[in-house]
Design a protein around this ligand. Structure first.
Ligand code: 1CP
Length: 344
């Protein structure tokens, strides 16, 4: 039996999709009234991630409302450090607070316990079942080793990960140990998502922009390449999207060297550069500015049209970063309609 054509998988496999696919990072979240309703009734954010009933429902909400081409697993990149044994708390209005590591000993004691992440895999199974027969691609994810290490070293993003950057500069051996641990844990974690039904993966390196030159090559490209090659060995058919946000000059070596199947780009990447220097290497995803989605109207429409014209069918339409909470729902509907109506 032929599989149903899934536009996202078509793009990721280098085929021409039947329409340009669209999904949005953070498409499940506070801008949706149906998400806020569940959030108001739940104990806290982490509890929502670890309760398959809730996480499944939240994952499906944007697919139902907007007919997105992807369902992205509702979870968080900080589940991996939690499964490694660090305590994690999401405080109201404050974002995540993660227990930190300090010396080699505090890194050595970390041991990945898959059981702690088991509810996430159950969510993947349930979402996959709900999507049966639909052209929607189920995307699993993890944070990249560098970005997750940033939180494990600094605990939160309030100080721009000054401590993590200091490790990179002054104690690279210690950072290497932590990153190796994260490569192993992320491999196991993503493999379990694939086994549970994830059809594609995204690696979020949100803080990739904070490293340059040799540090970028060593702490971003090399660990990502290792993680990708180990997954490809076991699951060659599962495409992987890389998102080294704000990598600037680093996007090109990242896409050439990591082995990812597609590159997600942030709003600062110029479309002519993206088309000429990046899309010629691999398919792209992105890169509408989330602020334009908040404002909507003609400005959004023009910017989306420029992206569609420039990047055409070797492209998955998305934002350049996540949907922000103040985004009007009707702007998202208008954007999805515009992308759907674009004739390839
Ligand atoms: O309701 C709420 O207040 C929680 C807000 C929220 C949401 C909806 C957080 C807390 N995480 C999530 C879900 C989430 N996080 C998803 C689900 C799928 C989706 O719809 O996209 C994904 C893929 C993530 C990944 C994530 N978490 C990243 C990488 C992407 C990015 O945004 O750069 C990062 C850095 C995190 C950490 C995190 N979790 C939550 C917040 C507010 C943050 C960022 C905090 C900071 O500034 O450091």
């Amino acid at each position: 039996m032929n599989r149903i054509r899934k536009p996202i998988l078509d793009v990721l496999c280098g085929q021409i999709p039947e329409h340009i696919p669209v999904w949005l990072m953070r498409q499940a979240g506070r801008f949706l009234p149906e998400y806020r309703e569940i959030r108001a009734k739940s104990k806290n954010f982490l509890n929502m991630c670890l309760t398959p009933d809730l996480a499944t429902e939240i994952t499906l909400q944007p697919v139902r409302r907007f007919d997105m081409d992807a369902a992205i697993l509702f979870s968080d990149i900080l589940i991996v450090p939690m499964a490694l044994g660090l305590s994690l708390d999401f405080r109201e209005g404050e974002g995540p607070v993660l227990q930190t590591v300090s010396d080699q000993a505090s890194i050595s004691v970390l041991e990945y316990n898959s059981e702690k992440a088991a509810p996430v895999f159950e969510t993947v199974r349930r979402v996959k079942q709900s999507l049966s027969g639909m052209p929607t691609t189920l995307i699993g994810f993890c944070g990249a080793p560098w970005t997750v290490a940033c939180y494990m070293i600094d605990g939160n993003s309030k100080n721009d990960f000054a401590a993590a950057r200091a490790w990179a500069a002054n104690e690279p051996g210690k950072l290497d140990t932590l990153i190796e641990k994260l490569i192993d844990a992320s491999e196991t974690y993503l493999a379990a998502q694939i086994e549970a039904g994830a059809e594609a993966l995204q690696i979020f390196d949100s803080w990739a922009g904070s490293l340059k030159g040799e540090d970028f090559a060593h702490f971003i490209i090399a660990p990502t390449r290792k993680l990708v090659s180990r997954l490809k060995k076991k699951y060659p058919e599962i495409p992987i999207i890389g998102f080294p946000r704000e990598a600037g000059d680093g996007y090109r070596p990242y896409i050439e060297q990591t082995g990812v199947d597609a590159l997600s780009i942030d709003p600062s990447v110029a479309l002519d550069y993206a088309k000429r220097e990046l899309q010629t290497v691999k398919p792209l995803q992105g890169n509408l500015d989330p602020e334009l989605l908040v404002r909507g109207g003609e400005g959004m429409k023009r910017a989306a049209a420029c992206i569609l014209d420039a990047l055409g069918p070797r492209h998955i339409f998305n934002l350049g970063h996540g949907v922000v909470p103040q985004t009007p729902v009707e702007n998202v509907s208008a954007l999805v309609e515009q992308v759907r109506n674009f004739r390839i």
